[in-house]
Design a protein around this ligand. Structure first.
Ligand code: DX5
Ligand code: ZN
Length: 214
């Protein structure tokens, strides 16, 4: 079995010191950098856009995992790839043409993925399996870091791993990951784990990352 990848969310980092945050993530041996883009419409919060991704790209060679929580992501995906995103994920219900949006991301040169909110069944992902590189499950309703994991989502990891068996599609989970619930996620075969508060609010973030991986 390959090692699980840890993708700390910079939503939980100090917004006035993002360069330092990504340099720390390299030092702490994180695998990816998870970037939460919110538009104040798809979710009730606003974070940052392409300029932040571009600034991060200038400060790190790490894999940038860009999670779009925006309405009509098709309007912006190419610009996020141009800014330096390695992977762009979006919520299919927010798009007027999810298949076209996936194609656009891939044509621009990045990996593409869809995201399922906690109340959206895994079935919804079926029609996308042949097109995406990754499917991300939300462990919380998106909008804010530091929320409690919705335990019912645990079963969806197994369901999605079964659905994607024999393909190269990765399964990622975002929201509510802790040192306590991480082991069960790994047992269920999760490939990528996002962690905001569990890393950035930890006393020793390097130790937290090692703990999530172990
Ligand atoms: C939720 C975001 C998540 C979140 C993760 O809206 O998409 O990436 O910041 O943070 P934690 O791990 O603290 O739940
Ligand atoms: Zn996210």
């Amino acid at each position: 079995m390959t090692e699980i990848l840890i993708a700390p969310s910079i939503l939980s980092a100090d917004f006035a010191a993002m360069g330092e945050a990504v340099r720390n993530l390299e030092k702490w041996k994180a695998d990816w950098v998870h970037c939460d883009v919110m538009d104040g419409e798809f979710v009730p919060n606003i974070t940052f856009g392409m300029p932040m991704v571009e600034a991060l790209r200038r400060n790190t060679k790490m894999f940038l995992d860009v999670h779009l929580m925006i309405v009509k992501p098709e309007r912006y995906v190419e610009r996020f790839v141009k800014a330096g995103a390695d992977l762009v994920t979006f919520h299919p219900e927010a798009s007027e043409d999810p298949h076209g949006t996936i194609a656009k991301i891939k044509a621009a040169g990045a990996k593409a993925g869809i995201v399922l909110n906690p109340d959206i069944p895994c079935e919804v992902a079926k029609e996308f399996i042949g097109e995406v590189d990754l499917i991300m499950l939300m462990g919380v309703f998106p909008g804010f870091g530091g929320q409690k994991f919705i335990t019912e989502v645990m079963e969806k990891i197994s369901e999605l791993k079964e659905m994607t068996k024999g393909t190269s599609v990765l399964v990622e989970l975002d929201g509510g990951v802790t040192l306590d619930n991480a082991p069960e996620m790994k047992r269920r075969g999760l490939d990528v784990m996002v962690a905001g508060n569990a890393v950035f609010k930890a006393e020793d973030p390097a130790l937290a990352i090692a703990g999530l991986k172990a």
